[in-house]
Design a binder for this molecule. Structure first.
Ligand code: FAD
Ligand code: PYC
Length: 399
C-alpha cells in the first residue's frame, strides 16, 4: 500500500514524528488541503503499531465541556466520509453507546452531559433502567447484586471502526500525494537554533541520518515526554499502561457499546463476533506495553457481573498501549514556545475517535502557523495559566 523509500531526502518542508493515526492524518490533510507534499513521516516501529493499532476503537462525541463536545462532534462528522475518501472499507459501524449509571450521583453527571450535548445539537439522552432492559436484554441489571444499574446516558452516534484500516487509509492517501513514510526510523534528536527571538527548529536527527527542516509535528502519544525533552520543553503528561483484551468470535448478540465506569468495564462486539473489552488504566506510571494476568482476571470478573452467560467464552488475546495522560483529560495540541515545533499529544485513552479532526486542525496549524480555532482550549500554556479543560467526567471508564 505504500512506497518504500531507500533514502531520506536531505530536507523536507515538514517532518512528522510518529506514523500513528494522528501523524498520518496530519500528513494526508497537509498534502490534500494545503498543497504541502514535501513531507516525511518518521516512524521508529511500523505504521499504526502504537496506540492506533492497540485501541478499542470507540468513537463518540458525548463529552462534557463545550470545547470538547464541539471538537469531537466535528470528528464524528469527518468519520462519515472517510471510507469514501480513502476508497477503503473502515468497517465504521454506528452502534449507539450506553454509559451505565449505578448511583444517583452518576445519573446526575449523565444528565449534565446530556444537557451540554443537546445544547450543541448532539444526540444524547438519559434513559431509565427499564429502557435499558428493553435495549440490552442480555444485561443483568443487578450486576451480580453488587451495583444495580439505575439508568444510563444513551448516545446514538456512538460507533466503532477498524483501527488498522484507518492508519492504512491515511497512510496510502498521503503516500499517493507525495508524502514519504519512513518506517523503522527513529528520531533521536531535534536541532534548534536561537537567532535572537528564542529557539527555533532547524533539523531532525534520525538513526538513518540528519534532515534539515523548519517544521516538526510531534505525534508520538506514549513517547511524548522523551520527545519534549529533546526540545527543552516539559508538560504534565504522565504515562500509564492501558490494557485491553478480545474474546473468541461468538454469534452476534451485542449491538450497542456498553460502558460502566463503576465496574471499570467497557465492551463492544465486532463484525467478526469478537468481544472487545477494556478497563481502567493500570494504577502506576510505567513506560511499557506489558499485559498482566491481574487485568484479565479482574476485567473478566466484572464482565461476568454484567453478562453472566459469557462464563464459557474464551479470551484469545490481550495487549497494552502507553496512554499519554493529562491532568484534565483533554489533549495538548498546537504551537509551542519553540518556533516550528508543533504538538499533538495528551491523547491518553481517548484519541482514536479524534484522529480525523486532529489531522484537520494540526495540518491547518502547521501550514498557516496559527492555531486552528477548534483547538484553542487545548494549548500547552493552559497549565501555566491554570485554565484547564476538565473532561474527566466524560472519560469512558473510571481512569
Ligand atoms: P500512536 O498510534 O501511538 O502513534 C505514535 C507513533 O509514534 C508510534 O507508532 C511510535 O512508534 C512512534 N514514535 C514514538 N517515538 C518515536 C521516535 N522517537 N521516532 C519515531 N517514531 C516514534 N481512544 C478512543 O478514542 N477510543 C477508544 O476506544 C480507545 N481505546 C483505547 C484502548 C487502549 C488499550 C489504548 C492503549 C488506547 C485507547 N484509546 C482509545 C486511545 C487511542 O488509542 C490513542 O489516543 C490514539 O491512538 C493515539 O494516536 P497517535 O497517532 O497519537 O499515537
Ligand atoms: O474514549 O470512549 C473512549 C474510550 C473507550 C475506551 C477507551 N477509551
Amino acid at each position: 500500500m505504500f512506497t518504500h523509500h531507500d533514502r531520506l531526502r536531505p530536507s523536507y518542508d515538514v517532518v512528522i514524528i510518529g506514523a500513528g493515526g494522528h501523524g498520518l492524518a496530519a500528513a494526508y490533510y497537509l498534502a490534500r488541503d494545503h498543497g504541502i507534499r514535501n513531507v516525511a513521516v518518521i516512524e521508529k516501529g511500523y505504521l499504526g503499531g502504537g496506540n492506533t493499532g492497540r485501541n478499542t476503537t470507540i468513537i463518540r462525541s458525548n463529552y462534557l465541556t463545550p470545547e470538547g463536545v464541539q471538537f469531537y462532534d466535528e470528528s464524528v462528522r469527518l468519520w462519515q466520509d472517510l471510507a469514501q475518501d480513502f476508497d477503503l472499507n473502515l468497517f465504521y459501524s454506528t452502534r449507539g453507546h450506553y454509559t451505565l449509571a449505578h448511583t444517583d450521583a452518576a445519573m446526575r453527571t449523565m444528565r449534565w452531559r446530556a444537557e451540554v450535548n443537546k445544547h450543541y445539537g448532539i444526540a444524547s439522552e438519559t434513559v431509565d433502567a427499564e429502557a435499558l432492559r428493553a435495549a440490552v436484554p442480555m444485561l443483568d441489571l443487578s450486576c451480580g447484586g453488587h451495583a444495580p444499574v439505575v439508568g444510563a446516558l444513551y448516545h446514538a452516534p456512538g460507533a466503532i471502526a477498524r483501527h488498522d484500516a484507518v492508519a492504512w487509509g491515511y497512510g496510502r492517501g498521503a503516500d499517493r500525494r507525495g508524502v514519504e513514510i519512513h518506517q523503522r526510523t527513529e528520531v533521536v534528536a531535534i536541532e534548534l537554533e536561537d537567532r535572537g527571538s528564542g529557539p527555533e527548529v532547524t533539523g531532525v536527527v534520525t538513526d538513518r541520518g540528519r534532515i534539515a527542516t523548519r517544521k516538526v509535528l510531534c505525534a508520538v502519544a506514549g513517547s511524548t515526554p522523551g520527545l519534549l525533552a529533546m526540545v527543552g520543553l516539559t508538560s504534565p503528561i504522565y504515562i500509564h499502561p492501558l490494557q485491553a483484551m478480545v474474546s473468541e468470535p461468538v454469534k452476534p448478540w451485542l449491538d450497542p457499546i456498553i460502558v460502566s465506569g463503576s465496574l471499570h468495564v467497557y465492551v463492544s462486539q465486532t463484525a467478526r463476533g469478537e468481544l472487545v473489552m477494556g478497563a481502567s488504566l493500570d494504577p502506576y506510571e510505567l513506560h511499557s506495553t506489558r499485559s498482566t494476568l491481574d487485568f484479565a482476571e479482574s476485567l473478566s470478573m466484572h464482565m461476568l457481573e454484567m453478562f453472566p452467560f459469557l462464563a464459557d467464552v474464551k479470551v484469545v488475546r490481550q495487549w497494552a498501549g502507553m496512554a499519554d495522560m493529562t491532568p484534565d483529560f483533554a489533549p495538548i495540541m498546537g504551537m509551542t514556545p519553540v518556533r516550528g515545533f508543533y504538538l499533538d499529544s495528551g491523547w491518553g485513552t481517548w484519541g482514536f475517535k479524534a484522529t480525523p479532526v486532529c489531522g484537520k486542525t494540526m495540518s491547518h496549524t502547521v501550514a498557516r502557523d496559527e492555531s486552528h480555532p477548534l483547538i484553542g482550549a487545548f494549548g500547552l500554556d493552559r497549565f501555566r495559566r491554570y485554565a484547564l479543560t476538565g473532561e474527566k467526567g466524560a472519560a469512558s471508564v473510571g481512569h
